[in-house]
Structure formats: structure tokens, C-alpha cells
Design a protein around this ligand. Sequence first.
Ligand SMILES: C[S@@+](CC[C@H](N)C(=O)[O-])C[C@H]1O[C@@H](n2cnc3c(N)ncnc32)[C@H](O)[C@@H]1O
Length: 192
Amino acid sequence: MNESVQQSQPQYYHQIDQATRESGFTMASDIQTCSLLRTLASAKPGGSFLELGTGTGLSTSWILDGMDQESHLVSVDNDEGVLQVATTYLGADPRLELVCADGGEWLAANGESKYDYIFADTWHGKYLMLDEALSMLKKGGMYIIDDMLPQPNWPEGHQEKAHRLVATLDAHPDVWVTKQHWATGIIIAVKK
Ligand SMILES: C[S@@+](CC[C@H](N)C(=O)[O-])C[C@H]1O[C@@H](n2cnc3c(N)ncnc32)[C@H](O)[C@@H]1O
């Protein structure tokens, strides 16, 4: 099977990709993960979507591409510089709300909100405040994380953190979990 992404790419993907490279931002999701994010986003028509860790908006563009017109995406990052790239290319999309905030503060302030889909791509909602993020999932809602296979840029000690996170998710009573040794290592959890 050819694993490359043959289908169309989001409207601004190439511009964001280029701006991302030029900015020196190296944490953007790979294209396979982005493709999966779009496919899964299309399974939640009329959905409420949350992305923790917008970066330059690369993954955001793929999530938006899978969402229908009735869906809404909140995407949070604390770095105004990278958010500016996302705003430039995606800011006009009425389905998208870009929020510049600390992920922990945002989760603490928005714990009552419920989502059909959460892509947790920063510390909060993944390595920190995992339970808070999972509690914001609706029944049947999807929680997605990447970078769970060892990455060259992992600092010392990160491998142990990743193992603990996988074990915590595996043992979590509220979700069914599937771990994929594919792309950068993806975990998909669905709220029971
Ligand atoms: C892995 S990158 C996100 C990449 C993006 N989702 C993509 O795939 O293109 C993680 C992001 O988390 C942001 N971040 C780091 N600490 C944060 C915090 N305390 N609150 C909110 N965002 C944070 C960084 O600015 C960075 O953009």
C-alpha cells in the first residue's frame, strides 16, 4: 500500500507549510498525521472541535478541511508569533476561533465546555491536565495525540513521560484506546 497522501490538500496548506519553514518552527505535525486528523474530523458533522497547541496552523488547516460548515473549532496556543501565521491564512474562516492563552489557564476556565473532537498537541491536555481534557469530551468524542513514538528532538527523560501517559490512557476507565505505531505514533481514544 502506498502510504503517501494522494488526496487534495487544504487550500492554504502549502503557504502555511512554507511560512512554517521560514519561521523556523519545527514542531508542526507531519502530513500523515494531518491526513488522519482530517479524516477523523469529517466523522463529526456539526461538531465542536478543540485543538490544544495551534502552532502555525498546519494541523488546524487539515482539521478545518475535514469539518463541515456547521462545525466549530477552538484552537489555543500561547505564542502570538506562531498564531500570527495561522491568523494570516486561516483567520477569515468563520468556523475557527484562534485563542492566545496558556493552555492550563484556558482548560481551567473552560472545563464546562464539551467537545466531539480534541487534538491535544501541547503540554496541557496531554502530559498535564489529561483528566480535565478527557472530561471535556462528549460521549463518542475523540481524543487524539501524536508524537508518541520516540522522536529525535525528545529531551532526556521524555521517553519515561510518554510511557507513563500511554499507561495512564490504557488504564483509563472513560475511554477506549487504540495505539498506532504509524507516523509519529498516534493514539486515538474515544469516550465511552
Ligand atoms: C507541537 S506544537 C503544535 C503544532 C501544531 N498543532 C501543528 O501540528 O502544526 C505545540 C504548540 O504548543 C504551544 N505551547 C507550548 N506551551 C504552551 C502553553 N503553556 N499553552 C499553550 N500553548 C503552548 C507552542 O507554542 C506550540 O505552538
